[in-house]
Design a protein around this ligand. Structure first.
Ligand code: ADP
Ligand code: MG
Length: 698
C-alpha cells in the first residue's frame, strides 16, 4: 500500500475530486463557491452533499458520523452518531441529512466556557466548516465544525480563526485595490507548522506517574549523557522510530495531510515532523489531527509520543514553528519580493505592516503561546525568549535603513531591486534567516513564529496574527485610499512605519543576557510567564481590535482570559499533587529502604569485627537521612502553599500565588529528590531514571 502514495493520499478525505465525481454538476459548483468564499449552504444542497458523503463513507465501512470540533481544552472533541434510521419491519437504513451535516447540538455543558454559558442555556451548537474537508478517522465520518453557544458566542478555537480569515481577506483586498489590482478575488494566510515531539518506550512510561498524569517528569536527576554531544540531531533514525514514522506517514497521507519531512531533533528521543503549508484553517485542523494520530500510532508501536513542551529538565523542550505567509487566489505570495517596482513596494508595505503589528501587539503574540508548559521553554536558552521581537536579516535590514534615512542604497555587488524611487538590493531567500534564536523571523517569503509550544493548538497564534495584520492593513488602507499621489503616499507611509517601529527589529542573539537589557531600554515587553502575560488579554487596546474586526466580543475575550488562567492553575495544581504523591509514597520509602539496608550492613560488619571499615555506609546513611529530613520539610512547605490557594478568591491572584509560591516550592522539592537519586542504589529507585527514559527506544 505504501508504494502507491498518490493513490493512498487523501483516500479518507471527502475532497474536491470525490465531490466532483459524486455530486451533480450544479451542486458541485455551489460547493466550490461555498469553499472558496465561505458562503452558507442552503438546505437542498446540503441534503444532496450529506447523502453523497454518507454513501462514500458507508462504502468504506463507516457506520457513524461526528461533528468534530475544537473546544477550549486545546484538543478535539467528537460525539458519535450512527447513520441508522428505522425503516419499519425491524429494518434500518443508513441516512444522513443536510440538517445533520450543517448543524449539531452536542451536550457540551462540561467544556470550558469561561462563564459564557449559564447552565440554563447550556446548549452548545456545532456548525459545519465547509472550507475544511470531511474525513474518515477510526471508521467515523468526521465533519469539521465550529462550536458556539446558544447566544452565538464562540466556545472553540476554530470560530475566531475563521472570523480572522475573513477580516484579513477584507483588509488585504483593500490594499491590493490601492495598488490597482483588479484580478485577485481572495487573500488567505498560509501556514506550515513544524511539530516537535518525544518518543519513549511505553513500558518505561507506564512506570512514571508524573508522565502519565502531567505529561512531564517532575523528578529526575541528570543522566550521565544528555544532548552534549549533539549526536542525535539529524542522526540516523533508529529502527523502532523509523517504523513509527512510516506508519504515521501512511495514516497522515490517507487523511490528505502533507507530512513532508521528518528527522531527529537535538535532544535524545526527540523528533520533528514538518508538513507542506496550506490555508491556515486547514493547517490548524491538520495539526490537531496530526497530534492525535501521533499518539495513536505511537501506542500501537509500543511507544508513547510526548507532546509536552518540557518533558525532561536539562534537555531541550519541544516547540512548534508556525510558518506564516500571505497568498492570493492567483498564487502570489505577498511576502515575497517581486520583479517590478510595484511588486516590491507592495511587498515592503506588507512587511512593515507586520513590523507594526508585532510591535504594537507584542503582548497578544506572547499570550497566544502562553501556557504553564511553555513557561518552561520560553527564555530557557533553547527557545526564543519571552520578549517578542522580529528578525529581518542583514540584507533586508540594509533596505529598511536606507528607506528610513532616505539615502539611496549604496549597493553591494548584487542584483538590484527597484522600489519606488529607490534602488535596493534584491535579496535572496538563502541570504535571509538562519537566526534560530528569533521569536519571529522573516525567512525569505514567510515569517516563522517560533514561540509556540509543541502541544498548543495553532488556532490562537494564527487568529492573533491574522487579526493584528488585518488591523494594520486597515489603517494603511485608510491612509492610501483616495490619495492624490499614491507613489509618494505609499513611500512616505513605509518610511514612517519603519521609523516608528524599528525598535521591534533585532537581528542579534536573542538568547543573550545583553538582549534582555537592550530590549528593556527599547521599551519592549518581557512577559516572562503566562501569569504575567494573561492580564494583557483584556486590555482595552486588544479588546477593541478584536471587536473592530469581528473576531471576538468583549465577553468572548474575557472568557478566553479566564479559561487560560484557570487552565494554568489546574495544571500547576495537578503537578504539585503528583509531586507530593510521588514524594511521600515512592521516593521517601525508597530512600528509607536503602538507608535501612545501609544501616543493617553497618550492624553486620560490626558484628563480624570492629576493624571493618564502615565509613562509606555511615557517610551515605547520614547524608541521605539529612536529605530525607530536608525533603520532608519541603513537602510541608509545598502542602502549606497549596492550602493557601484555597483562601484566594481572585483567579489572577491565585495564579500569581501558584507562580510565586507553589512552583518555587516544587522546584526545591525536586532539587532534593534529584540529589538523593544520585546517591541511592539503582534497584532501590522507585521509577525509571532519565537515562532509561531518554534512551529507551532502539
Ligand atoms: P526550513 O524552516 O528548514 O527553512 P522550509 O523553509 O522548507 O524549511 O519550510 C519550513 C516550513 O515552512 C514547512 O512546513 C513549509 O511548508 C512551510 N512554508 C514554506 N513556505 C510557506 C508559505 N508560503 N506559507 C506558509 N508556510 C510555508
Ligand atoms: Mg523551521
Amino acid at each position: 500500500m505504501e508504494n502507491n502514495v498518490p493513490k493512498l493520499f487523501g483516500s479518507m478525505v471527502f475532497h474536491e475530486h470525490v465531490m466532483k465525481e459524486r455530486l451533480p454538476k450544479s451542486t458541485y459548483k455551489t460547493m466550490c463557491k461555498v469553499m472558496q468564499e465561505g458562503k452558507r449552504l442552503d438546505k437542498d444542497v446540503a441534503d444532496i452533499v450529506a447523502n453523497a458523503m454518507k454513501d462514500w463513507a458507508v462504502e468504506k465501512g463507516v457506520t457513524h458520523y461526528t461533528h468534530w470540533f475544537q473546544p477550549m481544552t486545546g484538543i478535539t472533541a467528537e460525539k458519535h452518531d450512527s447513520f441508522i434510521t428505522p425503516a419499519g419491519d425491524s429494518q434500518v437504513i443508513m441516512e444522513f441529512s443536510g440538517k445533520e451535516l450543517i448543524q449539531g447540538e452536542p451536550d457540551a455543558s462540561s467544556f470550558p466556557n469561561g462563564g459564557l454559558r449559564a447552565t440554563f442555556e447550556a446548549r452548545g451548537y456545532t456548525a459545519w466548516d465547509p472550507t475544511s474537508f470531511a474525513f474518515i478517522k477510526d471508521n467515523t465520518l468526521c465533519i469539521p465544525t465550529a462550536f458556539y453557544s446558544y447566544g452565538g458566542q464562540a466556545l472553540d478555537k476554530k470560530t475566531p480563526l475563521l472570523r480572522s480569515m475573513e477580516a484579513f481577506n477584507k483588509q488585504a483586498m483593500r490594499i491590493l485595490k490601492v495598488f490597482g489590482d483588479t484580478e485577485t478575488n481572495r487573500v488567505n494566510t498560509t501556514v506550515g507548522s513544524e511539530q516537535e515531539y518525544f518518543l519513549i518506550d511505553k513500558a518505561v512510561y507506564m512506570k512514571r506517574k508524573d508522565l502519565v498524569f502531567c505529561g512531564r517528569t517532575l523528578f529526575g536527576a541528570k543522566p550521565p549523557k544528555g544532548q552534549e554531544l549533539d549526536d542525535h540531531y539529524f542522526g540516523a533514525i533508529k529502527p523502532r522510530v523509523k517504523a513509527f514514522m512510516s506508519d504515521l506517514n501512511v495514516e497522515l497521507w490517507k487523511l490528505g495531510i502533507l507530512a513532508k519531512t521528518e528527522h531527529n531533533e537535538v535532544a535524545p528521543a526527540q523528533h520533528e515532523l514538518a508538513p507542506i503549508f496550506t490555508t491556515v484553517n486547514i493547517a490548524c485542523d491538520h495539526n490537531q489531527v496530526t497530534m492525535e494520530i501521533m499518539k495513536k500510532v505511537a501506542d500501537r508501536n509500543g511507544l508513547v509520543c510526548l507532546l509536552h513542551e518540557k518533558p525532561f529538565e536539562g534537555v531541550n523542550g519541544s516547540g512548534k514553528h508556525n510558518n506564516w505567509s500571505i497568498s492570493t487566489d492567483k498564487g502570489v505570495n505577498l511576502l515575497e519580493p517581486g520583479d517590478s517596482p510595484v511588486e516590491n513596494t507592495r511587498f515592503l508595505l506588507f512587511l512593515v505592516a507586520l513590523m507594526k503589528a508585532v510591535d504594537e501587539y507584542q503582548d497578544m503574540l506572547r499570550i497566544s503561546v502562553a501556557s504553564a508548559g511553555n513557561d518552561h521553554r520560553l527564555g530557557a536558552n533553547e527557545a526564543p525568549p519571552a520578549i517578542v521581537s522580529m528578525f529581518v536579516g542583514e540584507d533586508l535590514q540594509e533596505v529598511l535603513d536606507s528607506i528610513e534615512s532616505g539615502v539611496e542604497y549604496a549597493g553591494k555587488d548584487r542584483e538590484m531591486m527597484k522600489v519606488g524611487v529607490h534602488v535596493l538590493p534584491r535579496f535572496f531567500k538563502d541570504t535571509t534567516d538562519r537566526n534560530r534564536t528569533s521569536p519571529f523571523a522573516f525567512t525569505g517569503n514567510k515569517f516563522e513564529f517560533r514561540m509556540l509550544g509543541s502541544s498548543v493548538s495553532i488556532a490562537c497564534p494564527n487568529f492573533v496574527l491574522n487579526t493584528i495584520a488585518a488591523e494594520e492593513l486597515s489603517q494603511f488602507a485608510d491612509q492610501l485610499e483616495n490619495v492624490e499621489n499614491f507613489t509618494t503616499a505609499v513611500n512616505e507611509l513605509i518610511r514612517k512605519t519603519v521609523r516608528d517601529h524599528k525598535r521591534i527589529i533585532f537581528n542579534g542573539n536573542n538568547y543573550s543576557d545583553e538582549w534582555v537589557i537592550e530590549a528593556e531600554k527599547r521599551g519592549l515587553l518581557n512577559l516572562r510567564t503566562t501569569v504575567d502575560a494573561l492580564p494583557h488579554y483584556v486590555k482595552e487596546k486588544n479588546v477593541n481590535t478584536f471587536i473592530k474586526h469581528g473576531i471576538l466580543t468583549a465577553e468572548e475575550v474575557r472568557s478566553r482570559y479566564e479559561i487560560l488562567l484557570e487552565n494554568y492553575i489546574k495544571v500547576v495544581h495537578i503537578e504539585a499533587l503528583t509531586m507530593l504523591d510521588l514524594g511521600k509514597k515512592s521516593i521517601l520509602p525508597a530512600v528509607s529502604a536503602y538507608v535501612k539496608d545501609l544501616a543493617e550492613t553497618i550492624c553486620l560488619k560490626r558484628q563480624i569485627s570492629s576493624a571493618i571499615n564502615c565509613r562509606s555506609e555511615e557517610g551515605l546513611a547520614i547524608r541521605l537521612s539529612d536529605l530525607c529530613a530536608d525533603f520532608v520539610d519541603k513537602v510541608k512547605i509545598l502542602e502549606d502553599s497549596l492550602e493557601t490557594t484555597e483562601g484566594i478568591t481572585s483567579e489572577q491572584a491565585k495564579a500569581e500565588h501558584y507562580k510565586n509560591a507553589v512552583i518555587p516550592a516544587m522546584e526545591e522539592l525536586r532539587g532534593i529528590a534529584d540529589s538523593m537519586e544520585e546517591e541511592v542504589g539503582e534497584k532501590y529507585w522507585p521509577f525509571p531514571t532519565y537515562a532509561e527514559l531518554l534512551f529507551s527506544v532502539f
